[in-house]
Write a protein of this length. Structure first.
Length: 160
C-alpha cells in the first residue's frame, strides 16, 4: 500500500511504501522502481543514493546487498507484478475493442469483401482457422525405397 503523502517537489516514485507496518525509505523505493523498470543494480543504486563518488566495486556490493534485502526484493517483485497486470489489462481491453470493431465491420461494411475479411479475422481470433500444414508420417524408409520413389517421379516427369 502506498502512502499518498509525498513531500512537495518529490516525484511520486519516491513515496514511502508501507506493507504490514514495514516501511521502505524513499531511497529504497526509488532503487526498487529503477530495478523493476530495467535498470542495472549499480545504475539504480547510483540514481537512488547519489553514489557518484563511490568506487564501482563498492557500489556493486551495496547494490547487491540492497537488492537482497527482504523488503526491497519483495517491493521489486510487487512492482513487476503490478506492471505485468496493467499490461495484461491493457492487452485485454485492446482485444475487446478490436473484436467489437471487427463485429461492427462484419455487420455494416459497404462491400461483401470487407464483411468477409472482418468475419475471417474474427474467426482467426477465436481459433476457427489455422495456417498449419499437416504431414502424414510415412515411417522409416530405407534408401532403396527412397531411390525407387525418386526414379518413379523422374520417369513420370520425363514421360509427361
Amino acid at each position: 500500500m502506498t502512502d499518498d503523502k509525498t513531500p512537495k517537489g518529490k516525484p511520486s516514485h519516491l513515496r514511502v511504501v508501507t506493507d504490514s507496518g514495514d516501511k521502505l525509505t524513499s531511497k529504497q523505493e526509488h532503487f526498487s522502481q529503477q530495478v523493476a523498470t530495467g535498470s542495472t543494480l549499480t545504475d539504480a543504486y547510483r540514481s537512488a543514493y547519489a553514489a557518484e563518488k563511490m568506487k564501482d566495486s563498492s557500489v556493486w556490493v551495496e547494490a547487491c546487498k540492497l537488492a537482497q534485502h527482504p523488503k526491497v526484493s519483495q517491493r521489486i517483485d510487487q512492482i513487476i507484478e503490478e506492471s505485468a497486470a496493467r499490461k495484461q489489462s491493457d492487452d485485454d481491453r485492446m482485444k475487446i475493442w478490436v473484436t467489437e470493431q471487427l463485429k461492427h465491420e462484419a455487420m455494416s461494411a459497404q462491400s461483401d469483401s470487407a464483411r468477409v475479411a472482418a468475419l475471417t479475422q474474427l474467426g482467426r481470433s477465436v481459433g476457427m482457422f489455422t495456417d498449419k500444414v499437416e504431414q502424414q508420417e510415412q515411417g522409416a524408409r530405407g534408401a532403396s525405397e527412397i531411390e525407387a520413389e525418386i526414379q518413379r517421379k523422374l520417369s513420370a516427369l520425363m514421360d509427361g
